[in-house]
Design a protein around this ligand. Sequence first.
Ligand SMILES: *Cc1c(COP(=O)(O)O)cnc(C)c1O
Length: 391
Amino acid sequence: MITSFHPPVRTLMGPGPSDVNPRILEALSRPTIGHLDPAFIEMMDQVKELLQYAFQTKNELTLPVSAPGSAGMETVFANLLEPGDIAVVCQNGVFGGRMKENVERCGAKAVMVEDEWGTAIDLNKVEDALKANPDAKLLAFVHAETSTGVRSDAKALCELARKYDCLSLVDAVTSLAGIEVDVDGWGIDAIYSGTQKCLSCVPGLAPVSFSERAAEVIRGRETTVQSWFLDLNLVMGYWGSNTKRAYHHTAPVNSLYALHESLVILQEEGLEACWARHARNHAALVAGIEALGLSFVVDIEHRLPQLNLVRFPESIDDATVRNALLNSYDLEIGSGLGALAGKVWRIGLMGFASSEKNVFLCLSALGNVLRAHGLDADPAAAVIAAQATLR
Ligand SMILES: *Cc1c(COP(=O)(O)O)cnc(C)c1O
């Protein structure tokens, strides 16, 4: 007979999901109530308000889509694009490629601006593409590329979009709550995120937000959105304010308790303090990793504090080391993707997982495993180097 499933307790330092704060797991286990219960609806309004805080926006059209980050991506493209539209899409890693697929599945044309994996989006190339495509409707890019650990200049990219009369569409799945994201300040028109990265919530929800300009584009569509589930005109019958909330789909009630709790935690800490914590723990990890004799792929200016791309020597076998970390230390780190597979690890310090405790665990565990595999690495020196940055 199959019995209950009890997962091992891990420390999650990969590209997501990240460690979930116990307060959030406790919120998840509170009693399920109806998705039209007045008490639940009151909580939904608070979730919207808290998301506006996290995104730094007054956008009315701000809500969590009832599905993972990928559905947030699909929501923004499906609602903003119509067949025959042109979208300029930046690609410097895995997720820009997925944007291209979304654009094409909407029957629109994707004009690609490609940069090498591990580098930031080149503003000059983007400007050339916008100049060459005056009919483009939107500019889409990934703020924090989780596949490469690169931060691109979202503010400057949004300025370019505005200059060429395009909507700006931003993937903030990994950036939100880990580094600054300023929706109103940067003039972002459409943005989506996920709950399992720097919000440290359970996976499965995608916060989105649209500017008034973007909302107008959605209202003025000539064709209906091809996805029934993601059509915001319908979703707003449930999530919109000033409406009598009507059934669209059964909201993931308990997951929304969890998101509410994670956003309350973010508000308690404060956005700036949260970004500062990510930066501080990143600096400690960098010092320790370099003391182990390993190096960083991304240049300092474009490194993400929440996702660290670490290069290891050819003599080291990727899977062997990651398995040893998992089996001996219950520690998960991520592997490289694409051309970087087998050459790098992706070490996440996201949300609740961005802690001094995790930095020290990772450095000592990784140092021990590397030494066992013949590398001249000194875990004690790594911990001391990390500690020195935290004084
Ligand atoms: C994780 C991630 C996604 C996809 O989110 P899922 O919740 O896995 O669907 C999209 N974009 C970026 C940059 C991500 O890191």
